[in-house]
Design a protein around this ligand. Structure first.
Ligand code: ACO
Length: 326
């Protein structure tokens, strides 16, 4: 028995924050943002909504796409670094919104690599624990961690959610996953306050320590190296050549990072699905949203071999090898 993706869905909030808008907020320019990152606009979740709302909408679409009844869902797992609150989990909140009861639901996080980790967790739940169908969601409101006075980070981030229905299957859909991390690089990308180490206080708010901090240029180089490694390793251990891959679904952190990975691997950038210009970096949600769009745009056909690949805070990096069986 195998495990396969049988439905995909995504949801982007309507509100757009364009580069022109950013020009009015910080000392930047449309030209700088496009040439240095490839981003033109990003979506922002309204103040009265949260990650669970985006994840719920994406889940409804994935369930509809899978042509199953929502009651067939036997677990819900959600990758997020921007949960609605510490607890209950965003997965449990989505469960309630979906009107489902008495199934396991939990969140986990590997930052931008979260969805890729999630597919492997789901594969384990189905193969190892006997569940038949489940939802793997990634939902992020990165705008909530963004310092809109810091031009080096605020132009990069956006909000959105993606979801897939995974199911036991006679054909192997999720063939393999490569997961890795290195905690020594944790200081390159983090939020100093708001956790148990440094609780939120007037001081942390004043010092803007509840927002994401990042060493962009160091991360840039590590991202290219680690994402290329994640692709090379998964190809090698499955005895595949680069030519066997139909499409690569990369994390959308920076167009120049994607181009760097393509060059390092010797795979044409044409094989990489890119939608960064519309949404920016939505952390874990980038990969499932890109996967959903690639499927809906007819860029993925039955039988295709797909590689997903990401890197993120932790640092984490990961890839999945997927055969599209739908
Ligand atoms: N507008 C105009 N100028 C800017 C901006 C901006 N928005 N941001 C930075 N600059 C300036 C810098 O101040 C610097 O000026 P200086 O030379 O006078 O000091 C100059 O541009 C070059 O800065 P660099 O940081 O060297 O620019 P770089 O080409 O490295 O691009 C970027 C910066 C886009 C951040 C890039 O390093 C990057 O994408 N890094 C990876 C980031 C990433 O993916 N992080 C993951 C975050 S999300 C997550 O995981 C949850």
């Amino acid at each position: 028995m195998g495990v396969a993706i049988i439905g995909t869905g995504s949801y982007l909030p309507e509100l757009k924050l364009t580069n022109r808008d950013m020009e009015m907020m910080v000392d930047t320019s449309d030209e700088w943002i496009i040439t240095r990152t490839g981003i033109k606009e990003r979506r922002i979740c309204p103040k009265n909504k949260a990650s669970s709302d985006l994840g719920y909408e994406a889940s409804l679409r994935a369930i509809e796409d899978a042509k199953i009844k929502k009651e067939e869902i036997e677990f819900i797992i959600c990758a997020t670094i921007t949960p609605d609150m510490y607890f209950p989990s965003t997965s449990c909140i989505i469960q309630k919104k979906l009107g489902l009861k008495n199934i396991p639901c939990f969140d986990f996080q590997a930052a931008c690599s979260g969805f890729i980790y999630g597919l492997e967790i789901a594969r384990g739940l189905i193969n190892g624990c006997g569940y038949k169908k489940g939802l793997v969601i990634a939902s992020e409101c990165m705008s909530r961690l963004t310092d809109y006075t810091d031009r080096s980070t605020c132009v990069l981030l956006g909000d959105g959610a993606g979801a897939v229905v995974v199911s036991y299957s006679e054909e192997d859909g999720i063939i393999d996953s490569f997961l890795s991390s290195n905690g020594n690089y944790g200081n390159l990308l983090f939020t100093p306050a708001g956790g148990t180490l440094k609780q939120s206080s007037f001081e942390t708010i004043e010092n803007r320590e509840n927002f994401m901090k990042m060493e962009g240029s160091t991360l840039f180089k590590i991202a290219i190296y680690t994402m290329a490694e994640a692709v090379e390793k998964i190809l090698k251990r499955n005895n595949l050549r680069k030519e066997d891959i139909s499409i690569v679904i990369p994390h959308q952190a920076n167009l120049r990072i994607i181009a760097g990975v393509a060059e390092k691997l010797g795979i044409s950038i044409e094989k990489f699905f890119i939608n960064i210009e519309k949404y920016g970096n939505m952390s874990a949600s980038c990969v499932p949203i890109a996967l959903d769009e690639a499927v809906k745009e007819g860029k993925i056909k039955k039988g295709d071999l797909i590689i997903t690949v990401a890197f993120g805070a932790g640092l984490t990096w990961a890839s999945n090898l997927i055969r599209w069986i739908k």
